[in-house]
Design a protein around this ligand. Structure first.
Ligand SMILES: [Zn+2]
Length: 250
């Protein structure tokens, strides 16, 4: 006996299986990160062909088999096919999916990460939005959603609240430090008020407002300096898609 279930989700990845089939990985609201078998998805006239590809958001109907889920039907909400034409946006997109996949777990509610991916992919499609800024925002907000938000309001050393201007930041301290405590940290550097303000904004604003601002090149460099290293220090995988992104953008 198999049961039919319906989940809302996004396709994170798709892998060919055998001659005509595909295995997809989904991030879903109801079941967390799951994989599903899409029979015949690589046959020319299969209704699954176009909808079992990365960046497809929709409602997926699945048979719950003994060992895996089997795809039965897909109702697409958003497909983002235009993203594949955008360079280097598409490479950023694949990296974002891999980061979401890294943190996704079976059986958890992934609604927030799905929403974050959705607004982030939309941001990549905006012509006036720098994908480097999109990456900083996505990474920092992902760490926040995963319960690994850096400390941005009080000093990681003494606990005193730090002024926006004249504040230091450190990976060792997992966030900001006051002037006195920064002298004890090997890797502390002075962060500008604008960059700190931007980071506080990213961790706290409603999802829909995440991609509504721009920053100067100087501030963007500060964000990259802290956030990219913060992600790599707090994850234990080398992201293949990030290697590709770096090659494409160098
Ligand atoms: Zn301190």
């Amino acid at each position: 006996m198999s049961d039919l279930i319906t989940v809302q989700g996004v396709v994170l990845s798709a892998m060919p299986v055998g001659e005509y089939d595909r295995r997809i990985e989904l991030l879903t609201r109801e079941r967390g990160r799951i994989s599903a078998f899409a029979k015949g998805a690589r046959r020319q006239n299969s209704p699954f062909m176009a909808v079992t590809t990365p960046f497809v958001f929709g409602t997926f109907t699945l048979f719950e088999g003994k060992t895996s889920y089997n795809l039965s039907q897909v109702a697409v909400q958003h497909q983002f096919t235009e993203l594949s034409q955008i360079q280097p946006g598409i490479y950023y997109g694949y990296y974002f999916l891999e980061l979401a996949q890294y943190f996704g777990r079976e059986g958890t509610d992934e609604k927030e990460m799905m929403n974050l991916l959705y607004v982030t992919v939309k941001a990549l499609l905006k012509k006036d939005m720098d994908p480097r800024l999109v990456r900083c925002i996505f990474e920092l907000r992902t760490m926040t959603e995963q319960g690994m938000m850096p400390v941005l309001t009080e000093c990681g050393g003494c606990g005193e609240s730090v002024p926006e201007d004249g504040c230091f930041i450190s990976q060792e301290a997992h966030g900001v430090l006051c002037d006195a405590c920064s002298r004890m940290a090997k890797d502390a550097w002075r962060i500008s008020a604008a960059a700190l303000y931007t980071m506080r904004y990213i961790v706290s604003v409603p999802m829909g407002k995440l991609y509504t601002f721009r920053v100067t090149d100087e501030v963007l460099s500060e964000l990259e300096r802290f956030i990219h290293l913060y992600v790599s220090k707090n994850t234990d995988r080398r992201f293949k898609t990030l290697d590709i992104l770096q090659v494409m953008c160098s």
